[in-house]
Design a protein around this ligand. Sequence first.
Ligand code: AMP
Length: 529
Amino acid sequence: MMPAAPIMNTQETTLQSNANLYAVLASGFPADRQAIAIQTPERDYSWDDIDRSSARMANVLSSLGVAPGERIAVQVQKSPEALMLYLASLRAGLVYLPLNTAYHEAEVAYFLGDAEPAVVVCDSANQDWVQRIADQAGAAHVLTLDADGTGTLADAAVAQPGQFDIVARAPDDLAAILYTSGTTGRSKGAMLSHANLAANALTLKDYWGWRPDDVLLHMLPIFHIHGLFVASHGALLAGARMIWLPKLNVDQALHYLPECTMMMGVPTYYVRLLADPRFTREVCANMRLFISGSAPLLSETFRQFQQRSGMTILERYGMSETGMIASNPYDPALGDRIAGTVGPALPGESVRVVDDADQPVATGRTGHVQVRGPNVFAGYWRMPEKTREEFTTDGWFRTGDLGMLGGEGTPDHYLSIVGRSKDLIISGGYNVYPKEIELVIDAMPGVRESAVIGVPHADFGEAVVALVVPLPGATLDINGILAGLKPVLANFKLPKSIHTIDALPRNTMGKVQKNVLRQQYQGSLADRQ
Ligand code: AMP
């Protein structure tokens, strides 16, 4: 769609009539469009660059005839241009489907088959196999975008105008689908609307006190809610500068931290910073906030960090389906940041902890964490039954996490995450679903069955461990199992150790008792780096 006349993000009108998330984010861009919005070690990008480049890409997408509401699947390296592609997709009214760069062909083929995107954008190095599976999934267009911002998307964008009329979206129209996987082995696409994402971004802007003079150290991947939504939305909406690094690199982090005011990371990032003696109070002199999430932050890390830097990490909790749910306070008037807790429910959201019958349990007791609020997703893509199962009849979403309100000297409105009723393993901040690995191992010759668990690991938080039961008379080769997993699973999902055992422990209902296995193997990798 070509604009009749140039429109430069006229938020005064678009905000009232258009719930498009881009309009909400751009309302926070600063008046000085030449100011630096994104800084990389190679170059700076102004707010004007973000606006014009995303407009050019949006023009490319609509010139392909892709209609609002159609999906765009994106598996590319992190770059400022990749963020602009996300913004372009919002502007064009498309539904953005980010894919982990570690996914192999078989994994991506499932997502394309399920989401049926009209456009796929990939790294040029993967173009051959992506084209093949995109054809199979009926995706009409494959474009490339490389880490340096070049590729067929950039080539097509050059010729396009730098203005684009933001496509009108209703609050409930979808902005993104995040695939979260599941313990059943089948990945589920969490459908997030423009209103879901806007509500969470606006809440966090106030709660974390985002300011235009903030400088965010952005080292997270942008195929995940943490880096794409929580971090990027926060900085864009605040009109704050981002220092944009492709991934965690301690040398670079130490170089840039002195000019930063905020950093977001998974717990592994904080463990890695602490492991470097150059990480000191001086390095943090300008910092106002370190935020941790996506996996539990050990109390030990929290305390070590406080001692070394004089700063108290703010731990928050959320998930793809809901955005952020709870957060320790930024404003001391709202309470302390307490180690081992994720703080109170965010303003505008409600959290409860219930028993198996969905009845609230007493404070200090463990139960299932449920959440309600404008941030909670619309359901799982093309899985109405799964969606129904995950909501109570009165509209609470079952997070699958086990938690506790209050307890042990903690205020009653503070939530602690105790474990996961879903079998999820979080290794280095990435989610690993045991079932997916078990299915591959179980299909190998000589294997009777397997169980995959997470065990404590000093560096990754949790590491994947596989326990494999051989068929009677069969001898299993551990290296052979690993070699069989490597071509089909992303590296972060590969077991750090594999053991053969005679039988899996089961309860009377025949369910494998993974808690027993976790206990048995919990010390096996604790000291590994
Ligand atoms: P994802 O959808 O990839 O963001 O993963 C969401 C899951 O990560 C949640 O359901 C929790 O199990 C876990 N998680 C996120 N933040 C925390 C936290 N601060 N402490 C413990 N677990 C967390």
